[in-house]
Design a protein around this ligand. Structure first.
Ligand code: F6R
Length: 606
């Protein structure tokens, strides 16, 4: 989704903005641009396509500037093009605006402005903001912006320059993320902290309705009514190295290989004296009356939720259901004050998840966020927040965040099980030790990652494939299938193996790859039968199972072994070869693995 950066200070503003835009690339974009305040004028440069196009077009231009804003655009209104890229000037070029979000009433506002004689240069919703600032300008920029914002419906994070205020950067947010970076004689804004890490770790997270005016030595934050307000200064723990590739060809591969470490860190953060411990977040009082848990999320986070549901039911013996965030509101969920709703979101900014969270809160549920980003909107909205310890996840396709979400779910299930007395001491001990051993076992799979390459070579020339599994394995199949779709553009479908005969087997034909996940020991024979059925129709079977599972190995064309563990934890391991399969297939096809087409890392529009 769109990314915003802004700078006021003594450095080369163009370079600071370009750096910020590059770090925000991972969010997904189709064009980029920047506006610089130069000699009392605002210069705007913008280009469709990669940031390199913008950089090239600015390479021979030397703009001395102390204030600037930049933007990566992910098209919503108007095709990706130079003219639709941000920043948007007002008609007289006195104003430039960058915007993340959607102005829902822009057509009405545009019509009103056109009736007054304003001519629009783009097809975007954003341009109404810059035109309104010109139209309503009264000499006091804060007052003007506050009046403009009152006319807008929808979501926004904005950065604004006005030529009559050449040393000021103005910003505001409503339902779209925006963070202020606090420097020495310089200040910054950005959609997320990765754009700031090179310069500062001290930040203010703006909240809905906040506006701010930044100068070189000064940051002032206001509410909607222009009353000065204070926001808590936060310090970011992530470092720049975590946000760079460290010699890996792609962030996705680096993040896959970081999984032993991030699972261990998440475990260490939550396990004290061999006990899962969430007592700083959820007390016995909080959960003793809970009789139902909903887990709500999107995409990969939703798939982590499916495993979470499995863990909560198997270990904590709690009635649990998982729903897709964009559907949750329409399903009239049965929520009362005995319901806990867990929202899973790596970014903590996903609009659908946030909207579902607000709905669940309204209905009286205890809301719990599992997120990776400290201070994110979802973390602030939820009653309780549990942080995963994945560090910055830059690749669009989620890998390490997913595994830390799963780690949290299993540990949370153990914590609740103990509080509610629904687990024996022996089982508890065994399960903690299973999770503790996961980093080493994941590392073992990664150390042997070469064995996955032949399967990727096979997959790369196919247009379609299937992922199947039973029980827990099905929940891994859906994530494996999404992963390869996202980064290799091969159409795949995941379904429960038992559903094969109920329709999908009609699609099995000569040479089609079928990935079978088969780790549930009691179900292996059934999976072997399914393999025989698809092989009889010409499928090429790639299977993932425990290393010693000879009967699975014997019927597969390509067998990928994972280390032994208790069946209920196999999802920690079986997903790793599937992530690698997606990665290797993508890179064998020469795809831009970290930034697959049409996708955005942080989906901040519904
Ligand atoms: C897939 C992927 C997406 C996200 C989804 C939710 O690899 O990354 O499916 O999982 O957009 O994002 P978050 O977790 O930020 O709410």
């Amino acid at each position: 989704m769109c990314g915003i950066v802004g700078y006021v200070g003594h450095r080369d503003t163009k370079e600071v903005i370009l750096h910020g835009l590059k770090t925000l690339e991972y969010r997904g974009y189709d064009s980029s641009g920047m506006a610089l305040m130069t000699n009392g004028e605002i210069i705007v440069e913008k280009k469709a396509g990669r940031i390199q196009n913008l950089e090239d077009s600015m390479s021979d231009k030397n703009f001395a500037s102390e204030v600037g804003i930049g933007h990566t655009r992910w098209a919503t209104h108007g095709v990706p093009s130079d003219k639709n890229s941000h920043p948007h000037y007002s008609m007289d070029k006195s104003v430039a605006v960058v915007h993340n979000g959607i102005i829902e009433n822009y057509q009405t506002l545009r019509k009103e402005l056109e009736d007054k004689g304003y001519v629009f240069a783009s097809d975007t919703d954003t341009e109404v903001i810059s035109q309104l600032v010109q139209d309503m300008y009264n000499g006091d920029i804060l007052d003007t912006i506050s009046k403009v914002l009152k006319k807008l419906e929808g979501s926004y994070a904005i950065g604004v320059l006005h030529k009559n205020h050449p040393d000021e950067l103005i910003c505001a947010r409503e339902h779209s993320p925006l963070v202020i970076g606090i420097g020495e004689k310089e200040n910054f804004i950005a959609s997320d902290v990765s754009a700031l890490l090179k310069y500062t770790k001290n930040v203010y997270y703006l909240e809905d309705g906040d506006m701010a005016v930044l100068k070189t030595q000064d940051i002032k934050i206001f509410d909607k009514e222009k009353n000065p307000i204070e926001r808590e200064k936060k310090s970011i723990e992530w470092n720049l190295e975590q946000a760079t590739k460290c010699g890996y060809p792609h962030f996705m591969l680096k993040e896959i290989f970081e999984q032993p470490q991030v699972v261990e860190e998440t475990f260490n953060k939550r396990v004290h004296n061999e006990k899962a411990d969430f007592s700083d977040i959820l007390s016995y009082e909080d959960i003793k009356h809970i009789d139902k848990i909903y887990i709500v999320a999107c995409g990969t986070a939703y798939h982590a939720g499916l495993q979470g549901q499995f863990a909560l039911q198997k270990i904590a013996k709690l009635n649990s259901a998982t729903d897709i965030a964009s559907e949750f509101r329409y399903n009239d969920p049965f929520i009362d004050n005995k319901t806990m709703v867990i929202f899973v979101s790596q970014s903590g900014e996903t609009s659908d998840t946030l909207a579902a969270l607000k709905e669940a809160k309204k209905k009286g549920a205890l809301t719990v966020a599992i997120t990776n980003v400290v201070g994110s909107t979802i973390s602030r909205e939820a009653d309780k927040t549990i942080y995963t310890m994945a560090g910055p996840e830059i690749a669009v396709a989620s890998t390490k965040a997913y595994l830390t979400q799963i780690t949290i779910f299993y540990l949370l299930a153990l914590y609740i099980a103990e509080l509610r007395n629904s687990i024996s001491k022996d089982e508890y001990k065994k399960y903690i030790s299973e999770i503790k051993n996961m980093p080493e076992k994941i590392q073992h799979i990664l150390d042997n990652s070469e064995i996955i390459k032949p399967a990727a070579e096979y997959f790369k020339d196919k247009t379609s494939g299937f992922y199947i599994g039973r029980g827990l394995d099905y929940k891994i199949a859906v994530e494996g299938s999404l992963k390869i779709k996202e980064v290799s553009y091969i159409h795949t479908e995941a379904f429960a193996s038992g559903e094969l005969k109920h329709g999908t087997i009609a699609l099995i034909e000569e040479g089609i790859p079928v990935v079978v996940i088969a780790t549930q020991r009691e179900l292996i024979d059934k999976s072997v039968s399914n393999i025989k059925e698809v092989k009889a129709r010409g499928a090429y079977v790639i299977s993932v199972g425990f290393e010693d599972c000879e009967n699975l190995k014997n019927v597969s064309d390509n067998f990928i072994g994972i280390p032994e563990c208790d069946d209920i934890f196999s999802g920690f391991l079986s997903i790793i070869p599937l992530q690698l399969l997606a990665y290797y297939t993508s890179s064998a096809k020469g795809i831009d693995v970290d930034k697959p087409r049409n996708l955005a890392k942080s989906v901040t529009v519904e």
